[in-house]
Write a protein that binds this ligand. Sequence first.
Ligand SMILES: Nc1ncnc2c1ncn2[C@@H]1O[C@H](COP(=O)(O)OP(=O)(O)O)[C@@H](O)[C@H]1O
Ligand SMILES: [Mg+2]
Length: 627
Amino acid sequence: MSNQQSKSSRPSVRGGRGPGGMHGGGPIEKAKNFKESFKRLVRYLSKKRGPILFVFFMAAGSAVFAIVGPKMLGKATTKIFEGLQGKMMGIPGAAIDFAGIGQIILIVLGLYLISAFLGYIQQYVMAGVSQNIVYDMRNEVKNKLSRLPLKYFDTKTHGEILSRVTNDIDTISNTLQQSLTQVITAFTTIIGVTIMMFTISWIMTLVTLIVLPMVMVIAQGVIKRSQKYFKGQQKEIGKINGHVEEMYSGHSIVKAFSKEEKTIEQFDEINERLYNVGWKAQFMSGIMMPLMNVVNNFSYVVVSVVGGILVINGRLAIGDVQAFIQYSRSFTQPIAQTAQIANVMQSAVAAAERVFEVLDEAEMIEDTKNPTVIEMPKGAVQFDGVSFGYDEGVTIIKDMNLNVRPGEVIAIVGPTGAGKTTLVNLLMRFYEVDSGTIRVDGVDIRDMTRHDLRSMFGMVLQDTWLYNGTIKENIAYGVDDATDEEITAAAKIAHADHFIRTLPDGYDTVLNEEATNISQGQKQLLTIARALLADPTILILDEATSSVDTRTEAYIQNGMIELMKGRTNFVIAHRLSTIRDASTILVMNDGEVIEQGNHQYLMDKNGFYADLYNSQFTGADLTGRAS
Ligand SMILES: Nc1ncnc2c1ncn2[C@@H]1O[C@H](COP(=O)(O)OP(=O)(O)O)[C@@H](O)[C@H]1O
Ligand SMILES: [Mg+2]
């Protein structure tokens, strides 16, 4: 409404993990202040301290029960081995202890079942907790957005704001859901497995632990390298998306300027670069697993050889070697996992930081606790030493003084960027004045609620704001209890009734999304009817006829004149013909009122206004006024 620059949402390039990202590690976004944001995120978690602690124990328990499994199975292997050995050596009565093995298998089965059950409970509780936390967060952001001043939205694209409410919160939710429990499981597993390995053989454990750093160094190296390419890949994907989007949305422009070849060339260039980084990134992430396997197999060989020697020397049972190999194999996974989780955590904290940034934004000044209510608004408006700028240090409105009596027509003219719409923004309190006071009927607008203030105003803007609904609904927008008679009456006064009746469905005609099924002038008549029905004390017409041709303007003019009757009117117009009869004309330039008076007075003065007027009407008058 107040800002007419349209903002396009940009294609979301950010936030995604590169293809195959989890393995190779896509680009990681870093939080600006990791420690602070992390602490703050933890504070959110601490609200659900109890359930989270419960989840911790469940996750740890699940890991512990799973860890005991291999050692028990090892015992079964030893029993089989001993039985066979006894038979081969011909010891009388030697047999495989099947009953004992059966018992062991049952126990292992039980352990795994308990582990799975605990894992299940842990996931169940964590899903509830994490959804609960992000539910609250989403609510908080939503409430915050409604308390933010328009100023905030001026500085952000819609895409950016959307992405904070959706993507960022999603990232947090996913991380809470998965990574938190993974961390616990991974740590428990690493510690548990190390302990188990030590209980089996410290020599073999040492061998494994020496190989481990090698795995980590290799993983780190590959991740670091691939990261560079993934970043490049991500960048080029963003570029190619942007390029394609631009070229297709501006299809007709490309064709009109015969830029097809140039466009294709540009595309080829980006595509080439994408190919170059793309295959490297994919190769790097693909090479990770085989490399890890080589190192793993190396440790496998060493463990087997050392284990074999120990068994031959009778210092170790064969089942223990089997269990050990199983443990050492389950060692690398949690380690690779923690490296990954560290990345995921980084993104989550970065996402949380962006959400916190929104939550920390300065809010709109709250409505006063004891608002003044104007029972019978008359429509007097006073600007008293008002200064304002959108950005600090740039004053747009400078020390503005203005006194408008009820029922007056105030025309505001001046070149584009003079500050005309800004004046309206201040009057409607879309923005707060930096200094000075605006009064309506003698009451400082800050002493009223925004709702009461705005309900005194009606606006007809250049952009006709209609929505996908029937004509009737569109006219009645803002007046909930309007009867059909009132709607028709308003349409009649607005000179809209006639054209509406010629439509096949009359007042029940459904306007499509962009309201392209009626003409621009007809749209404007509908918004005039709407304003009429709302019957505001003060009316603002901000370039209401700027986007229609002069013939249509003349057609709307009658509706406009009816609409203006009996209220205070602020008329901002490009075409000066529309405002000749205003009681006062404010001539603005660079945020200042440089001339003020009625048409005749200003023409006689032969200043800025007279120049403006003459330049418009020397040539334009022939076609300019249809009447
Ligand atoms: N939302 C905004 N944020 C920052 N600057 C703005 C904003 N809206 C308008 N401006 C600037 O304020 C000045 C006055 O704009 P405006 O009041 O819209 O002019 P006009 O007289 O054409 O209606 C211009 O320089 C414009 O660039
Ligand atoms: Mg404007």
